[in-house]
Design a protein around this ligand. Structure first.
Ligand SMILES: NC(=O)c1ccc[n+]([C@@H]2O[C@H](COP(=O)([O-])OP(=O)(O)OC[C@H]3O[C@@H](n4cnc5c(N)ncnc54)[C@H](O)[C@@H]3O)[C@@H](O)[C@H]2O)c1
Ligand SMILES: O=C(O)CC[C@@H](O)C(=O)O
Length: 391
């Protein structure tokens, strides 16, 4: 039996993928084997002793202490692409809302209630304050062409925009889906110098924090509109405010409110982290996250982990031993010696690596009676981080 702790609201259709005979869902569990979460900040949490896996029902994993998890041999999963359509649709809404002053105009109209004699007349007189340009024919710069960026880029072409993109790590998957009409830029500076609208779709990490700083704003085409539905930390808010004051940024729209962004609705539009808040996306993410954690806890299979290599061996009824270790030479030799010592015949062995980490699924004909001693011997190899027996 595995206990799964949920740290946020996770769609029930997803949790239903964890069958009751093997899983207990408990949002208050103190020592769970698995954690499923959305945006909950795990950085301040101790990783509990029994923890085996963390699944993020969503894309961004900056709220999870990945390095700490890796050191403890705990894979962190996410759900690539599962909420991409939801975010794309909100970004398209953002393109229009940052251009045509829909939000400010609608709020102004509400303010006319009991406040003027003739609403129709007041509207016709006042609407000139809320004009805004069309997006057709304008240039959209997409920074980060992953699951979301690709969808945004392709949709913007369909809306009659010119689209330029920047992603030095473009994946094969993205290349397959990206329209050939998206023009590739060599640098962020070149992109921001040409774009009327800029949209950010990159992860937040140590390399991308404050991507939009004073220097990048200085290179930006005056009057540009900046959309940030990725993460607040990608933009230096002090530099942003200066760029707005200098006329470089005509409007900033973000899904990541912070105190310093409030109080200037004419220039800064803030939504309450709504990118993935659709029933469809919440279900997609929850289903994918639950399936990933179920596969790992039950069979040791890994798909869509941000810190572990993919490693999937279809279940064939035989017991398996999984070993996670540092990715250094002669590990297979050392592990093999332990298997030989306990006369364990290997039916199938898959060893995959990712960066500094390697992971093995060893399917065995049978397990030895003194399996506890074997586990001790495996842990005696000082580069082994985690051993699991799945019988
Ligand atoms: N507002 C929301 O609710 C919401 C929802 C989903 C995702 N997000 C955010 O959006 C981000 C992107 O999501 P995704 O699903 O497209 O992820 P993804 O992993 O599919 O795509 C990210 C892309 O960014 C690229 N990239 C990384 N560093 C870069 C850099 N320095 N310059 C240019 N490109 C770079 C990668 O190569 C990759 O193609 C997530 O990390 C998350 O923070 C927000
Ligand atoms: O879970 C959410 O509501 C937001 C998810 C989003 O920020 C993500 O990175 O996928």
């Amino acid at each position: 039996m595995y206990t799964i702790r949920t740290l946020n609201n996770i769609a029930k259709t997803g949790l239903a993928k964890l069958p009751e005979q093997n899983f207990v869902i408990d949002e208050k569990a103190e020592n769970p084997e698995g954690i499923i979460l959305r945006s909950f900040d795990m950085h301040k949490m101790e990783l509990n002793e029994n923890l085996l896996a963390v699944a993020r029902a969503g894309a961004g994993t900056n709220n999870i202490p990945i390095e700490k998890c890796t050191q403890k041999g705990v894979p962190v999963f996410n759900t690539p692409g599962a909420n991409a359509n939801a975010v794309k649709e909100l970004v398209l809404a953002g393109l229009f809302a940052s251009s045509r002053r829909i939000i400010a105009g609608a709020a102004w109209v509400q303010g006319l209630k009991d406040n003027c004699e003739n609403v129709e007349k007041a509207v016709e007189a006042g609407k000139k304050e809320f004009t805004g340009p069309e997006i057709a024919g304008k240039t959209l710069g997409v920074i980060g062409l992953g699951a979301i960026g690709v969808q945004v880029a392709n949709a913007a072409l369909d809306l009659g925009m010119e689209v330029i993109g920047y992603d030095p790590f473009l994946s094969l998957e993205s290349a397959w889906h990206l329209s050939p009409n998206v023009v590739h830029e060599e640098s962020m500076e070149e992109l921001v110098a040409k774009a009327d609208y800029i949209t950010l779709h990159i992860p937040l990490n140590d390399k991308t924090r404050n991507t939009f700083d004073e220097k990048l704003f200085a290179a930006t085409k005056p009057g540009a509109r900046l959309l940030n539905f990725a993460r607040g930390g990608l933009v230096d808010n002090a530099a942003l405010k200066k760029a707005i004051a200098d006329g470089i940024i005509a409007r900033y729209m973000t899904d990541f409110p912070s105190e310093d962004l409030l109080g200037d609705p004419a220039n800064i539009i803030v939504t309450p982290h709504l990118g993935a808040s659709t029933p469809e996306s919440e279900e997609n993410c929850a289903i994918m996250a639950a399936q990933e954690i179920r596969e790992y806890l039950t069979y040791g299979n890994i798909k869509n982990s941000v810190n572990f290599p993919n490693c999937v061996v279809p279940y064939n009824g035989k017991p398996r031993i999984t070993v996670c270790h540092q990715n250094i030479v002669n590990m297979i030799g050392q592990l093999g010696a332990v298997f030989t010592k306990y006369s364990v015949n290997i039916d199938k062995l898959v060893n995959n690596s990712k960066g500094d980490l390697a992971y093995n699924i060893v399917v065995c004909d049978s397990l030895p009676e003194n399996i506890d001693d074997m586990i001790k011997d495996l842990y005696a190899i000082n580069t082994v981080l985690k051993v699991r027996i799945l019988d």
